[in-house]
Design a protein around this ligand. Structure first.
Ligand SMILES: [Fe+2]
Length: 372
């Protein structure tokens, strides 16, 4: 078992981070101590001025269907992220959401993956990205044997990594061209702003804080804002970076569709100079398969089918064919091989037709679910 707190302590001892010296950064941020970044008073006022987004509702109770749950969680998270500094208990709300998400995903893993692939994208791009990244993080923390506290910290970091630039990420999701100069400057410091917002809200969980602060650093040194190299990038921050990249590629944006699992993850998996990234990519491929739950495929003979869960290997999911929806076929059998992935547009009004594939009672979800 990997003890993340040991990794964190080692990394923390070795790191001495300074605020980037640009006027743009120093107008918005300041240092309260070693590696402790805060918002400048004027920038804090700007952020406190607030957002027109809806205030968060209470954490929604779990329902039997992830297809129903995920939109409710998305609305909840969106409210917290947009009003983080103004809410009195935002960190506790995120901890509660992280714990609940870990429990929900572990109780019905295929269902939450299916929600990522089946539910239509739409508003709240930045929040949706954070929630999707956090769902994938649940699989990683489980596979790598994180303690419950460390698992909560990494999932919470995934939920909040872009809290300092939610509206900016929404804008960029619709923009195909290069960011404007102002957008680029804000992007360059958004890990610092996000981490500073956590601190301003009283966060003292170092793993959570540091993962957010360093979630765009890369071992080659071409990350930002500190350009850390090699072992200076702590594992938990690097894991979050890989999950962030993978989520961005796997999910659609306003101007492009999603990439296939193979296309999205093969580059990371084969990178010989990034063993941890490669390991995380392999883990995601094993979790998702090349045809994730909630996606559609064409089988031999031209039959269309819905992927319900992972099968014996990445190429062989278990699927429900269009002509016999109550049947589960093993595509590892030659008669049912997958020919290719296909795109099927689902009307939001018809989503309830799919709920039955991943619906689980609360008792099933608590015990890991039947067949999950
Ligand atoms: Fe980010």
């Amino acid at each position: 078992m990997l003890l993340m707190s040991q990794v964190l302590n080692e990394a923390a001892v070795n790191l001495t981070l300074s605020l980037p010296a640009s006027l743009f950064a120093t107008n918005r941020l300041c240092m309260a101590g070693p590696n402790d970044f805060r918002l400048s008073a004027s920038f804090r006022d700007v952020l406190l001025h607030g957002s027109s987004a809806e205030l968060p509702v209470a954490l929604p109770a779990q329902t039997a269907s992830p297809l129903h749950d995920v939109p409710l969680l998305l609305r909840h998270l969106n409210g917290v992220l947009h009003h983080y500094l103004r809410l009195p208990h935002s960190a506790q709300m995120i901890r509660g959401l992280a714990d609940s998400l870990i429990s929900r995903v572990n109780g019905n893993p295929d269902g939450y993956l299916a929600a990522m692939w089946l539910l239509p994208s739409g508003d709240y791009h930045a929040t949706r990205h954070a929630l999707h990244c956090a769902i994938l993080a649940v699989f990683v923390v489980r596979a790598r044997g994180f303690s419950p506290d460390d698992a909560r910290s990494l999932v919470a970091a995934a939920l909040t990594m872009n809290v300092g630039a939610v509206s900016l990420h929404d804008e960029l999701s619709e923009r195909e061209g290069a960011p404007t100069t102002f957008q680029r400057q804000m992007l360059d410091i958004h890990p610092l702003v996000s981490a500073a917002i956590l601190r301003e809200a009283g966060e003292d969980d170092e793993l959570w804080y540091q993962a957010v602060l360093l979630h765009h650093e890369k071992p080659k040194g071409d990350g930002y804002p500190f350009h850390l190299k090699g072992g200076d990038v702590p594992d938990h921050a690097h894991i979050l970076h890989v999950l962030d990249m993978a989520t961005a590629k796997l999910m659609p944006r306003g101007y492009r569709g999603r990439l296939s699992v193979k296309k999205a993850l093969t580059g990371i998996y084969t990178a010989t100079d990034d063993p941890l990234g490669s390991e995380i990519a392999a883990l995601l491929i094993k979790t998702l398969g090349f045809y994730p739950p909630g996606s559609f495929v064409e089988l031999t003979g031209g039959r269309r089918a819905l992927v319900v869960r992972a099968g014996s290997n990445a190429n062989h999911p278990l699927v429900s064919p269009e002509h016999a929806p109550a049947t589960l076929l093993d595509t590892g059998l030659p008669a049912h091989h997958v020919v290719k992935a296909i795109t099927v547009a689902i009307d939001a009004n018809r989503l309830s037709l799919f709920e039955g594939y991943w619906r689980k009672s609360s008792a099933e979800q608590e015990t890991g679910g039947a067949g999950g």
